[in-house]
Design a protein around this ligand. Structure first.
Ligand code: ZN
Length: 259
């Protein structure tokens, strides 16, 4: 013997998972194999409300139905189909989980002062994001980052005013800096040593296959625009890094031997 509850569930399922009260009544009526009592519409409404957490009359045993457009609008749906219906229509399931990171930015007093000197205009693209008629927004970047391992200082010469996009690009070392392409403002001068620090220690610029190959073989002919000084500079930087690494290894080995 079927219950009223399962009758209502099947009726809503038949009309596609949701519908108005009159559509639900019609579906219940067409399914009925027996004579319906005079109060059957009130019974259907009672089943919807008793079994829906959206309703004041919820009996807290089952949560089978949901109010599609808010209580009183008279449109009910099956809870089990509530989440899956929109996904099936227009959302392609993502292949992997995506998470976004909210970057917390705390300005130092110095950074606030420098931002003011630039009227929030990005020193790379000139943009000042407008938040409201009387409010603009910018971010202060410490070119040689504060804190370990970089230990940059909080001084005007180490601060750059940027739009959020350029701030991310610099933080992730995606771009190099060129002193001549940086917008200036009265009262604020960037110290070149921090620009150099960024280019050498923060920016991740690949030398490219040709240069890597040329460095390995000592042959300059395959390097586009390659000059002896540039080649030597890159080579000596590479050697310098290698020596530090070897020294570290040697020190570690010696330390182990001594014990
Ligand atoms: Zn910018």
């Amino acid at each position: 013997m079927t219950t009223w509850r399962s009758e209502v569930i099947e009726a809503i399922r038949e009309i596609g998972g949701q519908g108005t009260l009159s559509q639900i009544y019609a579906a219940v009526q067409s399914r009925a194999s027996r004579h319906l009592p005079p109060s059957w519409q009130a019974i259907v409404r009672r089943e919807l409300e008793y079994n829906s957490a959206d309703s004041q009359s919820h009996q807290k045993k089952h949560d089978l139905f949901y109010s599609v457009d808010g209580i009183g609008a008279g449109v009910w749906g099956l809870r089990e189909l509530e989440m899956t219906t929109p996904e099936a229509i227009d959302i392609v399931p993502p292949e992997r989980t995506q998470s976004s990171v909210y970057r917390i930015l705390r300005d130092t007093e110095m950074a606030r002062r420098v931002k003011k000197l630039h009227s929030d205009r990005c020193q790379l693209c000139g943009t000042a994001l407008r938040l409201a008629a009387d409010a603009t927004y910018s971010e202060a970047h410490h070119i040689r980052p504060l804190g370990s391992p970089h230990d940059g200082p909080d001084v005007p010469g180490n601060i750059m005013v940027l739009c959020p996009t350029h701030h991310v690009l610099l933080d992730y070392g995606a771009i190099e800096l060129n002193m001549t392409e940086i917008n200036t403002a009265q009262g604020h001068t960037i110290d070149r040593q921090y620009i150099d620090y960024h280019n050498l220690n923060v920016a991740r610029v690949s030398c490219g296959d040709e240069i890597d190959h040329a460095l390995a073989s000592g042959d300059l002919r395959g390097v586009p625009g390659g000059t002896r000084p540039a080649f030597d500079l890159i080579g000596s930087l590479r050697n310098f890094c290698r020596k530090i690494r070897e020294n570290t290894d040697a020190n570690t080995a010696l330390a182990g031997y001594g014990r």
